[in-house]
Design a binder for this molecule. Structure first.
Ligand code: G4P
Length: 532
């Protein structure tokens, strides 16, 4: 195996997704602890003290005077080179969160055991399912009161249409949480809650058949329940099939408590064994394997600088094949030009570092003088490759944006068009009106703030914004005359940049109404049709 192939095969690039508060930051921190990428618990999130948030670039960059928000954390563990992609949630949730998932080879879904599937997990899962990438589930907070484990699995299977395979099985929960049964090794690991914050837990191991020892560890009642549940599980659950795991059809499930370090290490070890090496990406009709000769990458995110003093932007790219070398000249396919990527950098746990080389599976951020767009391909000169564009994701919030000062009309048009082209917002037009009033659609409310800030600081334009109640968007197809459509009053007909017809709705029943009243109208989901 060549040196490059060896480097690529040890890469594991994944994203951790969850609904806010399920434990994504805590799990990330514990994984970094095992990789010795950080020294102490609490350094990922500096709520109580002033230690900065490792995975929260925005905070770090604010301190340094520039703003980048999230990207990727890289660390070594047991011979693997691990890239954890940060998927901003909370108030930072935006279309970038979705786009980031296009750069991951697998996903770890953190679920709060007391809550089960929550709205943000649902949204993020949909994007992962579109790509058929492996999905691992970590059911967290078993040290608290939890929902029935069978019920949680059932919910995952029914809602997400995937199979689940519990790798371990919890013994009690909350104050009665005694540990887990490891299904592969057929033994139990006991839990004591005195491990919080410590490096590694020392688990006590015991065979399921050792009734006497088990009785002393978890008591006869819990032992009996466990034996019954394992019997039920062995008989009723899906068979383990690694191919199904690797294509996202079967999700290995781990129960644990990230805060207490319980179940994190077995999770990491099993995950690394089961998940995939860097995946191939589509270019035209072909799939480009990561070991294909020559460097190639695509831009999945562009982060404009919010600070006036630093106008530059950073383009984040996922390397799809070969090796990146800092000094080399590469080719920007969409721009048709040779380029040098300046100041390429990676996030190494707590520090952002300028790097000299990187491999397929890695993510690099480069300074963008305004030449890149989301979805662009950069590759070795002479390589024939152009990666399939990144889909735009259905906006969930809309506002009618109207220019105030007609003398600044040109700046308004230019600004809003450019910001939309960069993918920071989506723009829709009223069919019989010009650019002075447009609909802006976003995935996360933060994008509205970014728009306002940039319009004022970069283009010197203020505008009037009226939020609307629309939250659903569909492409209108089929053989219909848009002007004659029979729609509810709140439904809005708009056009996208390419002149395609869309309808904005405020609720699901409005969509049904439109379909019932207009024969021949076909409504298509947004992200299945659209590519930037
Ligand atoms: P997020 O990134 O998904 O939003 O979640 P985060 O890790 O920040 O965790 C949310 C809260 O849940 C935190 O408490 C965290 O300590 C707690 N938590 C995470 N994992 C576990 C677990 O396994 N068991 C229990 N009992 N709690 C867990 P907080 O009080 O909101 O924050 P903090 O003050 O502790 O940082």
């Amino acid at each position: 195996m060549s040196e490059i192939s060896k480097e690529i095969s040890r890469r594991r690039t994944f994203a951790i997704i969850s609904h806010p508060d399920a434990g994504k930051t805590t799990l990330t921190e514990k994984l970094l602890l095992y990789g010795r990428a950080i020294q102490s618990a609490g350094s990922v999130k500096g709520k109580q003290n002033d230690r900065h948030a490792v995975s929260d670039w925005m905070e770090i960059e604010k301190k340094r005077g520039i703003s980048i928000t999230s990207s990727v954390l890289q660390f070594e563990y047991d011979g693997y080179c691990i890239n954890i992609l940060d998927t901003p949630g909370h108030q930072d949730f935006s279309e970038d969160t979705y786009r980031t998932l296009t750069a991951a080879d697998s996903v770890v879904m953190v679920i709060d055991a007391a809550k089960g599937i929550e709205p943000q997990t649902r949204k993020l899962f949909k994007v992962c399912a579109m790509r058929n990438i492996p999905i691992f589930t970590f059911i967290n907070k078993m040290d608290r009161e939890a929902r029935d484990s069978f019920e949680l699995l059932d919910e995952l299977e029914k809602e997400f249409g995937i199979g689940t395979y519990p790798m371990n099985w919890p013994i009690g929960c909350g104050t009665d949480f005694k540990g887990v049964f490891d299904r592969e090794k057929r033994r139990i690991l006991t839990f004591s809650d005195s491990h919080a914050g410590s490096d590694r837990i020392k688990a006590i191991e015991c065979e399921l058949s050792d009734a006497e020892k088990l009785d002393t560890l978890i008591g006869p009642y819990m032992r009996e329940t466990l034996v019954d549940e394992i019997e039920l599980l062995d008989g009723a659950s899906f068979d383990f099939d690694i191919e199904k795991v690797r294509t996202g059809k079967l999700s290995p499930v781990f129960f644990g408590s990230a805060l207490n370090n319980f179940g994190v290490e077995p999770f990491l070890e099993n995950f690394l064994k089961m998940t995939t090496e860097p995946l191939s990406y589509r270019s035209g009709e072909e799939y480009i394997s990561p070991t294909t000769e020559g460097f190639s990458a695509f831009v999945f995110k562009i982060q404009a600088n919010m600070n006036k003093a630093h106008r530059d932007r950073i383009a984040f790219m996922r390397i799809c094949s070969g090796k990146f070398e800092r000094s080399k000249e590469y080719f920007h396919v969409q721009g048709g030009k040779a380029i040098k990527l300046s100041r390429p950098q990676q996030m190494m746990a707590s520090e952002r570092e300028v790097i000299d080389e990187a491999y397929a599976g890695d993510i690099i951020g480069v300074f963008d003088p305004g030449i890149f767009s989301i979805g662009d391909t950069i590759c070795e000169k002479g390589m024939k490759v152009e990666y399939a564009g990144i889909p735009t994701f259905a906006p969930e919030h809309f506002a009618l944006v109207e220019q105030i000062d007609s003398l600044k009309r040109k700046q308004f048009d230019k600004g809003i068009t450019q910001i939309a082209q960069e993918g920071a917002i989506q723009m829709f037009f009223l069919p019989d009106s010009g650019m002075e009033r447009v609909y802006v659609g976003v995935v996360g409310m933060l994008q509205f703030d970014v728009l306002q800030f940039r319009m004022e600081s970069e283009y010197g334009v203020k505008y009037h914004k009226q939020d609307t109640a629309h939250c659903l968007v569909r492409f209108a197809e089929g053989d219909v005359d848009m002007k004659r459509l029979n729609l509810m009053q709140s439904t809005k007909w708009v056009k996208d940049r390419r002149g395609r017809d869309l309808l904005l709705f405020t609720a699901e029943y409005e969509i049904n109404w439109a379909l019932e009243k207009n024969e021949g109208l076909v409504l298509k989901e947004f992200s299945q049709v659209q590519e930037i």
